[in-house]
Design a protein around this ligand. Structure first.
Ligand code: GDP
Ligand code: IMO
Ligand code: MG
Length: 428
């Protein structure tokens, strides 16, 4: 099983970090190919809880080579903080490799992210404020700073000057902020040079060589399908491709290498930040999901919006990613609910839509059409086989499977490493 992808099917926080950890010791490389420290992955190992932002979750597994590939935007301060914090807890971080082509997030990206959001007011996206969008905007505008630039001070200075020329005009004249000094940025980036040097390489070469040697490479997406810049609920999305195609452009590994495409999906739906969310709940059921599911963002601590499972969205994710397997997480959070509604289609101004509407404005006021399933009262956190699950939970899983466009290969019944029911081997 050479290359495998894990992404999210919804609006993030499906439990991708946890799913990566599940495959842990059976993979040789874990690659982050998109996003930056806007991600927040919580992994629970015994009594230890880890919150990872920039680093791929695979870093927690001894022996695995973690890779930050070209598609990522790297905040170097955060990178070294995260590495130091993990080292202090006894995690071996010495194998990390970073692409020379990855872009860096500087303080002006963070500043612009925050002032733009403030300027948008009620129309704001609710970004994580980590400078993600502005860093990707510079990449696309061809005025970004890459990791390799840090090793050529004169090039670095020229590029920072180029980037700040227009930005300072905007910061001062539009946003009423102080201009940013070129030296400030250059000095800030140069201080990481020595520590960074041994990690930097051609990660595309590294990964293609690994695949040629039959090593197993796991691609771990940050964010998720509905936050994807092309396939998500634009403009309420992040600025990178979290879908399967992003793994190829974001790493330099050709698409045909991806043999298994795993989408992690919650047994209900959550979203942080603004944007449409047809199944969102504002009643006691929403409170149940938020409270029992501890739905607070790993990165910003913001409460997550909660709603029922959306089957057309799952099918959409199955299509645009080519999902071979779903990992259904947080089924345990539904225990105790008498009835569990599932959105099977949408009503848009009296017209039934079985698939996601073409127009975003239709999606904004789409009303979910629900089918209700009987709940269960049993605690399922101890179940380790499908048969150990209550019959109604089994029926719920099978119903979701038939509506979602791919098989359910693993079911999360609790946050801990072993709290999972595996139906199909994800690597076999
Ligand atoms: P990611 O961003 O996709 O990696 O997901 P997050 O880590 O942001 O959010 C998922 C949260 O759900 C984490 O706190 C996990 O520990 C937790 N989690 C994952 N799977 C399960 C599960 O099956 N049951 C429960 N109760 N919690 C889970
Ligand atoms: P993981 O990897 C959930 C959301 C933000 C905001 C939008 C744009 O943990 O699933 P950005 O800072 O990326 O420009 O913000 O995307 N967002 C996430 N929501 N999980 C994430 O990552 C997210 N990363 C970004 O809340 O709505
Ligand atoms: Mg998360």
């Amino acid at each position: 099983m050479p290359a495998v992808l894990i992404t999210g099917a919804q609006w993030g926080d499906e439990g991708k970090g946890r799913a990566t950890d599940l495959l842990g010791s059976r993979v040789d490389y874990v690659v982050k190919f998109n996003g930056g420290n806007n991600a927040g992955h919580t992994v629970v190992v015994g009594n230890e809880k880890y919150a990872l932002h920039l680093l791929p979750s695979g870093i927690l597994t001894p022996g695995v080579v973690p890779v930050i590939a070209n598609g990522v935007v790297v905040d170097l301060e955060v990178l070294f903080e995260e590495l130091d914090a993990l080292s202090a807890r006894g995690v071996d971080v010495s194998k990390l490799k970073v692409s020379a082509n990855a872009h860096v997030i500087t303080s002006y990206h963070r500043t612009i992210d925050k002032v733009t959001e403030r300027f948008l007011g009620k129309k704001s996206i609710g970004t994580t404020g980590r400078g993600i969008g502005p860093a990707y905007a510079d990449k696309i505008n061809r005025i970004g700073i890459r990791i390799q630039d840090i090793f050529d001070e004169s090039i670095l200075r020229q590029k920072v000057e180029g980037a700040l020329e227009l930005k300072n005009q905007i910061l001062v004249k539009v946003y009423n902020r102080r201009a940013i000094e070129v030296d400030e940025i250059v000095d800030d980036l140069l201080r990481f040079r020595e520590r960074l040097a041994p990690m930097v390489c051609d990660t595309a070469l590294l990964l293609n060589n690994a695949l040629a040697e039959n090593k197993t490479v796991l691609f771990e997406a940050g964010q998720a399908t509905m936050l994807d810049i092309d396939h998500g609920t634009y403009p309420f999305v992040t600025s990178s491709n979290a879908t399967a195609g992003g793994a190829s452009t974001g790493s330099g590994v050709p698409p045909h290498e991806l043999k298994r495409i795993i989408a992690v999906i919650k047994a209900y739906t959550t979203r942080v930040g603004s944007g449409p969310f047809p199944t969102e709940l504002f009643d006691e059921h929403g409170e149940h999901l938020a409270k029992v599911g501890h739905e607070f963002g790993t990165t910003t601590g913001r409460p997550r919006r909660c709603g029922w499972y959306d089957a057309p969205m799952a099918r959409y994710a199955a299509r645009v990613n080519g999902v071979t397997d779903f990992v259904l997480t947080k089924l345990d959070v539904l225990s105790g609910l008498e009835k569990i509604p599932v959105c099977v289609a949408y009503d848009v101004d009296g017209v039934r839509h079985d698939e996601m509407p073409v127009n975003q404005s239709d999606f904004h006021h789409a009303k979910p059409i629900y089918e209700e399933f009987d709940g269960w009262t049993e605690d399922i956190t101890g179940a380790r086989t499908f048969e150990e699950l209550p019959v109604n939970a089994q029926k719920y899983i099978r119903a979701l499977e038939s509506m979602s466009g791919a098989r359910m290969s693993a079911i999360g019944v609790g946050p801990e490493r072993e709290q999972v029911v595996v139906l199909h081997d994800l690597l076999g």
